[in-house]
Structures are given as C-alpha cells and as structure tokens.
Design a binder for this molecule. Structure first.
Ligand code: NAD
Ligand code: UDP
Length: 341
C-alpha cells in the first residue's frame, strides 16, 4: 500500500481519518506542528488501531522539511488538513490565516512538485458557497467568501484548479465539508477545542457536562422552521470514510474535482440542542441572544455527486452524532489535557 502523508493528522478530522486509513490498510505518516492539537490524539489512534506509524513534528510552511519528509517516507499522496479554522479569529488576524492556510498550502504543493508527488486531497469547506442562493447546495453553486478564513479556502481551491490546468498529472480532490461533529465510537478521540468553543456541538457538549452554564442561541428570527440557524451536521467518522474514498479515487485518473461531504439533511440549533440533551439525559439550558455577525440562515448539501463519484454517503444520523460526541465528552471532560496530568 502506498504511503500517505497526513498533514494536520493530530487534529479533530485528521485523527479520525488516520484511523479509517489504517483500517482500510493504508500506511500513514503524520505531519503536525500541534498548534491546535495534542500528540496524545495520535497515541490514541495507535491504541485504537493497535499499530504504530511515524509522527513528524513540523510546519507545512517549512518547504524544505516537507520535501525531505516526502522523500524519506517515499510518500505517494497527501491528505492536507493542516490549517487554522476559527472564523472570528480570521477576521482579527487575517495575515495569520493567509500565511498558514494559503502560504502553507503553497509551500506543501511546491514541496510535492519538487518531490514528484502529485496526488492530494484538500480540506475545503461549505463556507466557499458564501450565503446560499439555492438549497440544497450543489458543487456548481457560485463560490464566494464572507471572511478571511473562507477566502483562504477559496484561494487554495483556485490555486489547485490552476495547478491542474497547468499540469494534468496532478490528481486533486477538494472536499467541501459541511458541519463535522461526533467522535469515534471508542470515546478515545474527539474534538478538543481550546478555550471557548465557537462551534455549536462542542459548546452544547460543555453545557451538558456542566462546564458551561447555558447555550447562547445566536438568533431565533431566521427564515427557518423554528427561527434558529439550520446546518448539515455530519458525523466525523463518515467524513473520515469519505477521505478514504477520495484518496482511493485519486488512483483512478487525473483531475481536480470538488465534492460535498454532508448528509443532505439540515437541523436547527434547537433540534441539535434537544438531540444532545436526549443523548446526555439532561436538558440543555439556553437563552436567545443576538444573531452572530456573518451567520447565514440555512446551509445543507446536495450529496448526490459524492454518491456518484466516490460511491460514498453518510451512514450515521443525528442521534449517532450526539451519542458519540457525548461519550467522548464524558470520558474526556477536559479533552486531551486530562492525560498530561
Ligand atoms: P484542527 O485544528 O483540529 O486540526 C488541524 C491540525 O492542523 C491541527 O492538529 C494543527 O495543529 C495542525 N496545523 C495547523 N497549522 C499547521 C501548520 N502550519 N503545519 C502543520 N500542522 C498544522 O481542525 P479540524 O477541525 O480537524 O480541521 C481540519 C481541516 O478541515 C482544516 O483545514 C479546516 O479548515 C477544515 N475544515 C474544518 C471544519 C470543521 O468544522 N472542523 C469544517 C470545514 C473545513
Ligand atoms: N450557534 C449558536 N450558539 C453557539 C454556536 C453556534 O446558536 O454557541 C449556531 C450558529 O448561529 C449556527 C449554528 O449554531 O446557526 C452552527 O454554528 P457553527 O459555528 O457550529 O457552524 P457554522 O455557522 O460555521 O456553520
């Protein structure tokens, strides 16, 4: 089996994808600078898979280092998760986001080009659709960005499309994730946000565990069935399986193809809070607060292309997502930092 470099493999989606790659028989090498993760996540991936793999501490911005890794480990393809992902922070620190996400990917692609590695799966986001004009979102929906984080994803997507046009030996899969949540069924790995979680599900999980007092629902006057924002939540293990399919599709032929990874179903903030409360056996206290600047009313995917192109569709439902997220939260109330004590 080919050797795969997983950048950002210690992070939330990366760690789950490492498990699925190993399960599918692939050989992996992880590159991470641990700016938003803990090496413990990889120790646990090794426990789940009962196997070992190389972990390289370093930065995708260090082109020479990445080039040396590609050669040293005889890498044939790359799954590129490494990046910063907080929308609000990207508004405050745009240069950090352009540097890490855009220059970092440029650095990685340059190293790959030098080393003759031309297969890459890239983590994009449904944020590249901007404020949806039509729902559900198909891959042909017009692209736009409303903040520096989204723009960094869009710039990288454009960079990848240009690269393929210039050199058809590239094999590129752009995966547009909707709203990942949940955790591995073992309860050993999951999302470990630093500070106050920005995203809904990790915030609700901390309310359920008593770490936070209540949920602030950012607006109940949207044009949605109950007035609160609607999103397409997808179980992180489904997402991870989608990466394995995308990687395997790269061997079929060259191209640069964007694919939605979602479930196609939208749930409101209130529905998510209720579902999480049911999983945790406790009601989630909430208040209605002002709308969060930049938020959109609804966003959910048309997933028919993923089915057709990757033969992939999400298998896990909202109850699975909430149950698995809650198991992770209960077992690791302070995330991975629990185990460093
Ligand atoms: P994460 O922060 O948990 O994982 C990212 C990993 O990349 C971390 O381990 C971090 O330490 C590492 N990293 C960051 N910059 C690096 C650099 N310069 N060099 C080496 N390592 C670096 O995030 P995640 O939720 O697992 O997201 C993974 C990818 O998916 C990101 O690119 C993110 O933008 C994208 N994405 C995430 C979501 C989401 O809601 N989680 C949605 C859409 C897209
Ligand atoms: N949300 C909320 N309170 C929170 C976090 C999120 O009401 O503390 C809402 C948010 O307004 C949106 C939905 O939950 O309607 C999903 O937000 P998240 O940040 O998880 O994803 P994104 O908005 O980036 O799709």
């Amino acid at each position: 089996m080919a050797n795969i470099l997983v950048t950002g493999g210690a992070g939330f989606i990366g760690s789950h994808t490492c498990v699925e790659l190993i399960k599918a028989g692939h050989k992996i090498v992880v590159l991470d600078n641990f700016v938003n993760s803990d090496v413990e996540s990889l120790t646990r991936v090794k426990t789940i898979c009962v196997t070992d793999f190389p972990v390289e501490k370093g930065d995708v911005l260090d082109t020479g280092f990445v080039r040396s890794l590609l050669k040293k480990h005889k890498i044939e393809s790359v799954i590129h998760f490494a990046g910063l992902k907080a929308v609000g922070e990207s508004v405050e620190q745009p240069l950090a986001y352009y540097n890490n996400n855009v220059v970092g990917t440029y650095s990685l692609l340059s190293a790959m080009n030098d080393a003759g590695v031309h297969k890459i799966v890239f983590s994009s986001s449904a944020t590249v659709y901007g404020d949806p004009q039509v729902l559900p979102l198909t891959e042909s929906h017009p692209l736009s960005a409303t903040n520096p984080y989204g723009r960094s994803k869009l710039i990288v997507e454009d960079m990848l499309r240009d690269l393929y046009k210039s050199d058809n030996q590239w094999q590129i899969s752009i995966l547009r994730y909707f709203n990942p949540c949940g955790a591995h069924q073992s309860g050993l790995i999951g999302e470990d946000p630093k500070g106050i979680p920005n995203n809904l599900v990790p915030f609700v999980a901390q309310v359920a565990s008593g770490r936070r007092e209540k949920l602030n629902i950012w607006g109940n006057d949207y044009d949605t069935p109950d007035g609160t924002g609607v999103r397409d939540y997808i179980h992180v293990v489904d997402l991870a399986e989608g990466h394995v399919k995308a990687l395997e599709s790269l061997s079929v032929g060259s191209g640069c193809v964007a694919v939605n990874l979602g479930t196609g179903k939208g749930y409101s903030v209130k529905e998510v809070a209720t579902a999480f409360g049911n999983a945790a056996g406790t009601a989630i206290p909430y208040i209605i607060a002002n709308r969060r600047p930049g938020d959109i009313a609804s966003c959910y995917a048309d997933c028919s292309f993923a089915k057709e192109y990757l033969n992939w569709s999400a298998k896990r439902n909202l109850v699975d997502m909430m149950t698995d997220h809650w198991r992770w939260q209960q077992n690791n109330p302070d995330g991975y930092s629990d185990c460093t004590n």
